[in-house]
Design a protein around this ligand. Structure first.
Ligand SMILES: Cc1cc2nc3c(=O)[nH]c(=O)nc-3n(C[C@H](O)[C@H](O)[C@H](O)COP(=O)(O)OP(=O)(O)OC[C@H]3O[C@@H](n4cnc5c(N)ncnc54)[C@H](O)[C@@H]3O)c2cc1C
Length: 422
């Protein structure tokens, strides 16, 4: 049995990025994935929004640094082949704020300022000029779909928006994972697809990973199994203080041809209505900001209903509250995906109590954008080994900052962030 320095369970954006980073450091790696190729798991359902709007400085810094990487994706990968590459579109973004909410977003603006993000705050007149079809009535807090008052305005209105031009989206998240997979492969990384990990055991000073296609041996293991992360921890006998749950989400696609945007469509974060939106060709893609009234759809990641349901309708209708010109089609179009959610919606990138067993999990519906650097985060942690007392650091060269990776610790104080915006 060949012995790898590191075996990575999963070949989503996180697993592929980790293989790319570790192989650059000269380590031999093997990714094992149950699916047929890279990025076929939850990565493939990602809305792939790239935005620096986060509450914590580390989160804003890493996502802003990644924006520079997405802009020069080809250079970052160093792929010489004719392989198609995922494209980053910088359409800009706004976050709508209702009366009194601006002060509540101060920590987010401080985090963006510290990361060097350029942004400005505009008032309702400017919002109307930029989005002539917009309705600025307050709808929040969002109502449940079966509430007789669903769709009716509440009190107050949208008074401000935080405008961030340095934001956008990647057109094909699965392709981005594939790009990283090929770049890692060029560095010697090995990938084993269509192989489900069934057991993880220790033998002498190595891990033996049992799959339905045979056994593999590695000195270290990284759990990058996305929504299956808790199952992988369980079979390895690893427990974490921070709870992780797999949560099902739907994303609706609707034609944007009828909505008028002055400078072209952009990302819209609309917590008041309970949705985020981003352009996609002639479509607007509508996801949920997970308002409390909707509850959480916690599921077994092996038993996911892949059909669009009333959640699709609910999201489409919430988006149309803000833009009544949207035409909600009779035929639902969209995607279904699963988040791997931690208590504070911040990932855990860390070692565990089981020596040489690491985790890159709990990505909480918001880590695609950071995918390129998650591998480098994991490489710093793995190379340092035990970073509990003196956390590993990561230098972000585009924004000239160094971040403390203790932020992602399994032993961190759980933060107050409670939604996908984190
Ligand atoms: C609907 C949706 C919208 C999102 N929108 C955004 C967004 O706009 N911006 C953003 O930044 N992030 C977004 N995200 C989050 C982002 O997509 C995820 O954080 C990221 O893709 C997670 O990548 P991953 O590699 O950890 O997981 P995955 O892509 O799920 O990869 C895990 C892999 O592990 C494999 N695996 C699991 N168990 C086993 C096993 N036993 N044996 C072998 N292989 C196994 C799976 O097959 C899978 O391929 C969104 C996510 C979803 C679902």
């Amino acid at each position: 049995m060949h012995h790898y320095d590191v075996i990575i369970v999963g070949a989503g954006i996180v697993g592929c990025s980790t293989a790319f980073a570790l192989s650059k450091h000269g380590l031999s790696t093997l990714n094992i994935d149950a699916l047929p190729s890279a990025g076929y798991g939850s990565t493939s359902a990602s809305s792939a929004i790239i935005r620096p709007m986060y509450t914590h400085e580390v989160s804003a810094c890493i996502s802003h640094e990644c924006r520079f990487i997405w802009q020069k994706w080809s250079d970052y990968l160093g792929l010489a082949s004719e392989e198609p590459l995922a494209q980053y579109h910088e359409c800009g973004g706004i976050m709508l704020l209702r009366d009194g909410e601006l002060a509540e977003r101060q920590s987010m603006m401080d985090a963006m300022a510290s990361a060097g993000v350029t942004f400005n705050v505009i008032g309702d007149k400017d919002i109307e000029q930029r989005f002539p079809d917009i309705v600025l009535k307050g709808y929040g807090p969002p109502r449940a779909f079966d509430d007789p008052e669903f769709g009716m305005p509440s009190s107050g209105k949208i008074t401000h928006a935080i405008v961030v031009d340095e934001a956008g989206y990647v057109n094909d998240p699965q392709l981005a994972a594939r790009n990283l997979f090929l770049a890692a492969q060029n560095n010697g990384a090995v990938f084993q697809f269509r192989s489900a990990v069934q057991q993880i055991r220790q033998e002498a000073d190595a891990f033996v990973i049992e799959t339905d296609q045979g056994d593999f041996r590695g000195g270290k293991v990284i759990n990058a199994a996305g929504p299956h992360s808790t199952k992988i921890n369980k079979i390895a006998g690893v427990e974490l203080d921070i709870e992780l749950r797999a949560m099902r989400h739907e994303v609706a696609y609707m034609s944007n041809r009828v909505a008028h945007f002055e400078q072209g469509p952009c990302l819209i974060v609309d917590v008041d209505a309970g949705v985020y939106q981003r352009p996609d060709g002639n479509d607007m893609l509508i996801g949920t900001t997970d308002p409390d009234c909707d509850g959480k759809e916690v599921i077994d990641p092996d038993e996911v209903n892949m059909n669009l349901t009333s959640h699709w309708t609910r999201q489409a209708m919430r988006a149309a509250q803000r833009f009544p010109h949207y035409q909600i089609p009779n035929q639902a179009r969209g995607t279904v995906g699963v988040y791997d959610v931690s208590t504070d919606w911040i990932p855990i990138y860390d070692r565990t109590e089981l020596p040489n067993f690491y985790v890159a999990i709990g990505t909480s519906g918001n880590q695609f954008k950071n995918g390129p650097l998650v591998g480098e985060v994991m490489a710093e942690i793995v190379l340092k080994g035990d970073h509990d007392d003196a956390p590993a650091q990561l230098s972000l060269r585009h924004i000239s900052k160094t971040i403390d990776l203790g932020f992602y610790s399994r032993h961190r104080e759980v933060q107050q962030t409670r939604g996908v915006m984190a």
